[in-house]
Design a protein around this ligand. Sequence first.
Ligand SMILES: Cc1ccc(-c2noc([C@H]3C[C@@H](O)CN3)n2)cc1F
Length: 326
Amino acid sequence: AQGSVTASPSQYDGEYDCPVTVGTPGVTLPLDFDTGSSDLWVFSSELPASERSGHAYYTSSSSSTSKLDSGETWDISYGDGSGAEGNIYIDKVTIGGITVTSQAVEAAESVSSEFVSDTSNDGLVGFAFDSINTASPNHVQTWFGNAEAQLASPVFTANLKKGKAGNYNFGYIDSSEYTGSITYATINSANGFWEFSASGYAVGSGAFSSQSIDVIADTGTTLIYLPAAIVKAYYAKVSGSSNSASAGGYIFPCSATLPSLTIGIGSYKAVVPGTFLNYAPNTGSTCFGGLQSNAGIGLSILGDVFLKSQFVVFNQGVPKIGFAPG
Ligand SMILES: Cc1ccc(-c2noc([C@H]3C[C@@H](O)CN3)n2)cc1F
């Protein structure tokens, strides 16, 4: 089997949500696909009504194929401090025409305020490695982990776009979605992430600095977070920029012309256009950067601002990750 699903950006490309059908009869929910976590969870009828407002949700008792995964609970926290928790049902989950008949569906009994107010999604699908799934006392498998048996190849691809719909494909690589050739990096999955070493960076037309940068590819993170020294070197080329405590990061005049950012993957030079690095308006005539410091995060993240400039192959078989111009 192979499948494809549309990925729709929320405002400012804050996240990319995809339709996922759960249960029988199916309820279709927009879920945030997140290669930085490994829980599939949904808003559910078990939430207080106040926390469900503005959201669609899964009602296990209305699904003829739902079965309680007795004794199992989940409790997840995300990088921004948001989180959710609840219990678990086994039910059918279809994405892009591919059905997993016995998927662990983590039903939310409580969600943090960030999720209540983010009405773009009704939950998340984690595409990282099973080791960081939060189900307890036993891990449950990711949807992709369960779907792999149906796929010709243990791969999914991300073809995210700036300001318009893109897609995720499962089980195949569509050569019409990229140009040139795909360059792969070996993945170290010891921490449960799609983690690899980038080979360096360049700012605009400046010299490429060869250095190993430990990064994760995370579709659930909006921006790019790199070591402070690299970020400082980037904004040194943006007149009027400053690292603003009140804004929570680097800002600059919205009229600024931003240089591109090149990230090395092996010998491949992945270029993020300067326009992608003006993320969104801040206050007044200042704008907020798509590249920010990883200080306090503990690792560097290639989030959507980077990923939407590339075609990305996530190969869980090896594991390895591949990049080509999108
Ligand atoms: C309201 C809301 C908050 C956070 C997230 C979120 N999803 O993925 C991630 C990153 C950070 C890391 O934890 C794993 N990937 N963050 C999504 C939301 F809809």
